[in-house]
Design a protein around this ligand. Sequence first.
Ligand code: PFF
Length: 454
Amino acid sequence: MNKTRGQWSSNIGFIFATAGSAIGLGNIWKFPGKVGMGGGGAFMVIYFAIVFTVGISIMLTELVVGRKTQKNAVEAFNDLNPKWKFTGILGVLSAFIVLSYYCVIGGYVLKYVVTYIAGANFSGGYEQYFNSFVTNPITPIIYLILFMALTSFIVTCGISGGIEKANKLLMPTLFILLFILLIRSLTIKGASEGISFLFTFDFGKITPNILLTALGQALFSLSIGLGTACTYASYLGKKENLAKNAGVICTLDTFVAFLSAFIIIPAVFATGTPLTSGNSFAFIALPGIFDKMPAGTFFGGLFYILLTFAALTSSISLMETIVAYVSENMKMSRKKAAVIISSSMLFLGILYSLSQGALPLHGIWYTVRDGITFPTFGVMMEHITDYIMIPLGGLFFCVFVGWIWGSKNAIDEITQNGTIKFRLQKIWSFTIKYIAPILIAIVMIMEFAGNIKF
Ligand code: PFF
């Protein structure tokens, strides 16, 4: 083993960190809206099925490549088969792009924490408040820098001393906050309508589009396809049970997604708010919901603190994936790597931030689809990663482990040559060779054929 590399101090530290990577804005800010679109309970059933067949299988391919090689995502592939190094490079590149806009949204969340601490005064209206913030050319960038600095600082403190410590503190706190908010939401007058919606299994609403949305959401939510799980697993000892870990991480992530739906949807129904997802929901609709709740300012503040923690543990994993590669391959300290990465990423982040309306370049920066105005540059970055780079990454991980390196070798690493039990090895092998790549390929083909509405 490489003595200069960090290591998790325990398996539970690894689980906290990898679950922390998975549990992020995607669970809280995107998932409930998609449940709303996809017919409530029916979407949740489909999502659950996808996570526990395809999602968990891809997660295990990442873990096994990382743990086997104990190297960063690029070197891991280089070690096993240099021709497949491109998969690692694609992952690091995707992580770079996702991180640059993830930090912008992380900055928005920080801003709302400050807003709630200051008493949550939205006197000009929620939409006006959000729009005047995002269209300001300076303030969102200051929050972006703050969020990015926080992320970089934790990463430079190392694996067990920085990432593991932060996750061990943030993740349990996040769970406590989630439960407090769940009780608040379920006890609002009129919450029962939302609860019954979540138990409505309207499978008629499950169109191919919704299926594809569920798959895309699962990959993003589990943080797979970018080499982050692979990087985290490279700091894991050989005696740990990878298959079990994959199961625990996917369960925790899905549990939080479901919990978020049970927090947000009853509140949405009780207050008569339209259920959407993304920025307009998180920063315009939700403050309205909190205002209608008793003690809403307090619970709103808690919610944005929770969102900050969730975003931070995810951005840390994205940054670590890049820092591990840059510091190890370019032989520089983690600190220097983090500074170089943050400053170059800031450039992309600033472009994303300005594309939200600060630059009056309509026509270049905006596109109108179905009567709705989208900021082009931001949408482009999200779409390239969510619908092309991440699914491709997941596909390559499956094909590589299933066919190139070979599932037999992978199973030897998972079971440590038969000393650790792995009962589902045949099903796993079949899933990564056939089911997962075929499903991802269909999603991508449909995306290219323009069948997905965003
Ligand atoms: N899984 C995170 C979320 O749900 O917000 C986002 C993410 C983090 C995606 C890390 C990919 C990744 F590598």
